[in-house]
Write a protein that binds this ligand. Structure first.
Ligand code: ATP
Length: 240
């Protein structure tokens, strides 16, 4: 059985932000006919709440992030993000939806190697007018304040991002995910390369900045000790 726990009550919401960040109903996905489908428990995450997603290798954590990111479409069921049922969108509309509403932090960070640190952080604002309009006071100033908050020295801002350490690149990826206040941040094992001090500090910063921007975080990790920092947990199991 999935383990879903809720520790917080959602405060009264007077903003125009949709109340539900995500809702899964009867969701399943099949990579190919030789494998059993991966089935996901029904769940709802309210706007601004954070979800810790865990489960053994092969249980479908990364597959769920790909479904949430609209990179693949479900075999059955519904996946509703911010009130929009993703499978009703065309491929192009899903790409636009992702650019407008989601920040992603993957294990390999996916930073653009020939761009500077600052240009990497501002990239989502170049790709989405919505993100640009929410990057306050300006995309550049927001990028600078995120980099400062995440402890990236100013001397690194105009360097190619590949010149930064792995831990620094990871924080640049977090700044890029947060820029333009997307409603949903998807993070796939972003702390796997860090020692426990830097891991704790990174999560504190990520959740603190996400709270400022009222973004929901879906965070995948094998590290159960991190779970208590999240509003909800979802435990997946490998299909029999
Ligand atoms: N691109 C793919 N093509 C075919 N099968 C895939 C693909 N990606 C994942 N799978 C299969 O789907 C299942 C779930 O994989 P997934 O990567 O989602 O698990 P995970 O829980 O993220 O694992 P890990 O903790 O090892 O990253 C596995 O059986 C895997 O082999």
């Amino acid at each position: 059985m999935p383990d879903m726990t809720s520790k917080t009550d959602w405060p009264e919401d007077h903003s125009p932000t949709p109340r539900q960040a995500l809702h899964l109903s009867n969701l399943s996905f099949r990579w190919d006919q030789t494998q059993p489908p991966i089935s996901y428990p029904d769940m709802t995450l309210n706007s601004g709440e954070h979800l810790f997603l865990r489960g053994p290798s092969g249980s479908g954590k990364s597959t769920l992030l790909s479904l949430l990111g609209g990179l693949i479409v479900p075999a059955t069921g519904e996946l509703t993000l911010l009130g929009t049922e993703l499978s009703r969108l065309t491929n192009g509309q899903r790409d636009r939806f992702r650019a407008d509403h989601m920040g992603v932090i993957f294990q390999q960070f996916n930073l653009v190697p020939y761009l500077t640190t600052l240009d990497n952080v501002m990239l989502p604002c170049r790709l989405s007018r919505k993100r640009r309009s929410r990057a306050l006071p300006t995309p550049r100033e927001e990028a600078e304040s995120l980099l400062t908050a995440l402890g990236i020295p100013q001397s690194h801002w105009h360097r190619r991002v590949t010149g930064l350490s792995v831990g620094q690149q990871q924080r640049v990826a977090a700044a890029r995910a947060l820029t333009g206040a997307p409603e949903l941040i998807l993070a796939d094992e972003p702390t796997s390369a860090l020692d426990s001090y830097n891991r704790d500090r990174f999560i504190e910063l990520l959740l603190g900045l996400a709270a400022e921007k009222r973004s929901s975080v879906v965070f995948v990790s094998h590290d159960q000790s991190l779970a208590e920092r999240f509003d909800h947990q979802l435990a997946l199991e490998v299909a029999p």
